[in-house]
Design a binder for this molecule. Sequence first.
Ligand SMILES: Nc1ncnc2c1ncn2[C@@H]1O[C@H](COP(=O)(O)OP(=O)(O)OP(=O)(O)O)[C@@H](O)[C@H]1O
Length: 284
Amino acid sequence: MPCPRPRPLQRSAEMTTSSIGTPAIPALRLSGIDLHYGFVKALDSVDFEVRPGEVVAVLGDNGAGKSTLLKVMSGAHRPSSGAIEIGGTPTEFSSPKAASDAGVQMVYQDLALVDAADIATNLTLGREPLMKGPLGWLGVLDKRAMRREAARELDALGVTTAPVTRAVEMLSGGQRQVVAIARSAVRVASREHGVLLLDEPTAALGYAQTRQVEDLIRRMAQNGIAVVVVTHNLPLCFQVADRIVVMNRGRKVADVATSETDNDSVVGWITGAKAAQEHLRPVA
Ligand SMILES: Nc1ncnc2c1ncn2[C@@H]1O[C@H](COP(=O)(O)OP(=O)(O)OP(=O)(O)O)[C@@H](O)[C@H]1O
């Protein structure tokens, strides 16, 4: 089975703006999303969008609704009401598989890597190349092709980890995180409206490893992928995000370009000390 080709590198400015200067259609847009867990209203009329090549960080205190929002985007939870669009087309995600088929990939906190297998195997999981004989496919893994393809895909994403033959269990936390993100990125890179969802990607990482993941997130965006990062890590937001969305008690209370805000404002929105931002919809 041939591996899907990642899209060629494109600059994010080209991806977020059309040739006549109007903004590109959002890769993913949620409008008026409500979600109840029994009597708890976890999401209250939330609008959200992320454009191709854009990194949006979602912040909020514990219980603010960040994970629930991510679960709606990833198809793990169906909203009680509201609409979802992929590339401008209305859609409904009946399952994580449906979201993934539409190009929305979630990188889970536990990373879901096969520890005993090497990087190449993890990267090509589910789409492994098979050996071909004179009469057709032999049903045997083509390990050399798998390694070649994995190395080529990592190279196209600008990712340097360990050699692709290295077992994942031998990698550092940062390298494992990079492999997990790269695997999802390869899966969305072939989609027209690829969206990568990251849940606390640097939670367990040290300084150098966090830098590695920050670099990778920026490179994914430069590849035209829309990236949503849920995190408590404010420096990470200011480092990688184009836009910051703040949740408070299930409501979106701020949606602002990173360049137009600062640490204190964001902390104010998170804690509720600062009133909800006046204009919540991103600038069209
Ligand atoms: N499965 C569930 N059943 C009932 N209530 C839930 C469930 N999951 C979350 N909640 C509630 O929904 C609200 C939002 O929770 P959510 O996990 O989305 O917040 P969060 O911002 O991700 O928090 P954290 O940073 O602690 O992970 C909270 O009040 C939480 O208690």
